[in-house]
Design a protein around this ligand. Structure first.
Ligand SMILES: C[S@@+](CC[C@H](N)C(=O)[O-])C[C@H]1O[C@@H](n2cnc3c(N)ncnc32)[C@H](O)[C@@H]1O
Length: 324
């Protein structure tokens, strides 16, 4: 069958049901039911921020036990459809009841672990703003649990490297004495992803939270920044792989996959969000989607320390890194 893949060469066709002849699937309905229509071992990256049971307009708050029981059904399905070389990135914060905090990743860790998945990173996504607490410290981070199904998983570090703080460092002994000790493509971005602070200064990834004045903001109350998912897409998938978000909201994870020529699947129970997701995907292909591009961090060496400068071997005539 001819694939209806249309990367940047016309408006994409979106299927409302899983169909391998499409590159975009957007389903309005319940995740637990929709996932049953996807074959085993099909999906390379499942990335999501599930409902946290904190009383957002799209959820009925219930007990933590009841909430977790409901999540079991979806977790059974995501593990079943994940490819052997694939990854799950499960982004969660805290559930709070009568001022007691329940860190959801602790509960989700056990749920994935008992199904045989292996944790590769517990990524801290830190942001500088939010509600101010008065009887405990204000919460300023959420976590992403990155699990794989096997030990033979996709991991592409080079597309997500960030500039090193001191690219001019050299080996001071051994056979490589005097040669640059870093990687000319940059360093590993680490497992702490930061909002606002420059990753050159702090060594952490810069991903602004989606707030009212952010170019990506829609009516959704807790949207993913596309940039956050782009890093997972680039590191954990290859072109043409499927990226799936079972609780896709306004489609941020699909957009992050589609901009990098992956195929996208999303499901959300709210008609309003699915409609916004469709509009955003159309705007993406029409070149009008407002999006904060995956940021190359600002590189501002003071010039005063030798190790802040690029090694001469990496410089081109203009003084830029010719190896990037
Ligand atoms: C935390 S939000 C995800 C937002 C999304 N990451 C984005 O960038 O827009 C959770 C989403 O799950 C949806 N949802 C809640 N329960 C669901 C269910 N059982 N099946 C499908 N979607 C559900 C909600 O409507 C909401 O949009």
């Amino acid at each position: 069958m001819v694939s209806k893949r249309l990367y940047f060469d016309g408006p994409p066709e979106i299927s409302s049901e899983f169909d391998t002849s499409y590159s975009i699937v957007l389903h309005e309905g319940y995740a637990g039911e929709f996932l049953k229509t996807i074959p085993d071992n099909e999906i390379t990256l499942i990335v999501t921020s599930p409902p946290y049971n904190i009383g957002k307009i799209y959820e009925n708050k219930r007990s933590i036990e009841q909430y977790l029981e409901e999540q079991e059904e979806v977790i059974n399905e995501v593990v079943r459809i994940l490819s052997d070389d694939g990854s799950i990135c499960w982004e969660v914060g805290n559930y709070v009841e009568k001022r007691e905090v329940f860190p959801l990743d602790i509960f989700f860790y056990d749920m994935f672990k008992k199904r045989g998945l292996k944790l590769r990173n517990r990524i801290i996504w830190r942001f500088g703003h939010g509600l101010h607490a008065s009887l405990r410290f204000s919460g300023r981070y959420e976590t992403i649990l990155w699990f794989t199904k096997s030990d033979d998983y996709k991991f592409n570090l080079d597309p997500v490297r960030i500039p090193a703080k001191y690219p001019g460092k050299r080996h001071f002994k051994g056979p490589n004495k005097g040669k640059p000790s870093g990687n000319p493509l940059g360093k590993n971005p680490s497992d702490v992803w930061e909002v606002v602070a420059s990753d050159w200064e702090k060594g952490i990834w810069e991903i602004p939270n989606v707030k009212a004045n952010h170019p990506e903001k829609t009516q959704h109350p807790c949207q993913f920044p596309v940039e956050l998912v782009e890093r997972c897409v680039l590191a954990l998938t290859d072109k043409d792989d499927w990226v799936l978000d079972p609780y896709c909201g306004v489609g941020s994870a699909l957009i992050a996959g589609l901009v990098h020529e992956r195929k996208g699947i999303g499901c959300d129970k709210e008609h309003e969000y699915v409609e916004v997701a469709k509009k955003r995907i159309k705007a993406l292909f029409g070149g009008t989607l407002k999006r904060r591009p995956l940021g190359k961090p600002i590189f501002k060496p003071t010039g005063s320390e030798r190790v802040s400068k690029l090694p001469d071997e990496w410089n081109d005539e203009e003084g830029d890194n010719k190896l990037l």
